[in-house]
Write a protein that binds this ligand. Structure first.
Ligand code: CUA
Length: 131
């Protein structure tokens, strides 16, 4: 081994160190992913359960006409367009920062049952000692 190579090894370790440490565990905010179908006049699943502090990703598709997803407490409001073959789902991301039960509303008028088209987001309190 040449003297030059030996001298450069500590530098390589210093540079690579943070990347190695990062790859050993998943990022802390790996989202909880839920596939949701919006249809006249319900969400499927109708209840989504997460834990306080979770990053949440909803992948929402319509099964018929235009709908929307609104969760006021987490400033979520997004339109879900009419179903079309080959469409990718609408992605909604937020962090469930506070425990509680929150209504999921349809934010686009979709017919007679629009007002009744609701779901629930249940955010469980983080277990003690798991902060
Ligand atoms: Cu669905 Cu309004």
């Amino acid at each position: 081994m040449s003297a030059t190579l030996i001298r450069s090894i500590p530098i390589i370790i210093l540079v690579a160190g943070p990347f190695v440490a990062f790859s050993q565990q998943p990022p802390p905010s790996e989202p909880k992913v839920f596939e949701v179908v919006a249809r006249r006049f319900s969400f499927e699943p109708s209840t989504i359960e997460v834990t306080e502090g979770d990053a949440v990703r909803l992948l929402v598709r319509s099964a018929d006409g235009p709908h929307g997803v609104e969760i006021k407490a987490f400033k979520v409001k997004k339109a879900v367009p009419r179903a079309k073959p080959g469409d990718s789902p609408v992605t909604i991301e937020f962090v469930a920062t506070a425990a509680g039960e929150y209504p999921i509303l349809c934010s686009e008028y979709c017919g007679k049952g629009h007002e009744e088209m609701t779901g629930a987001l249940v955010v469980r309190a983080k277990p003690k000692g798991d902060q």
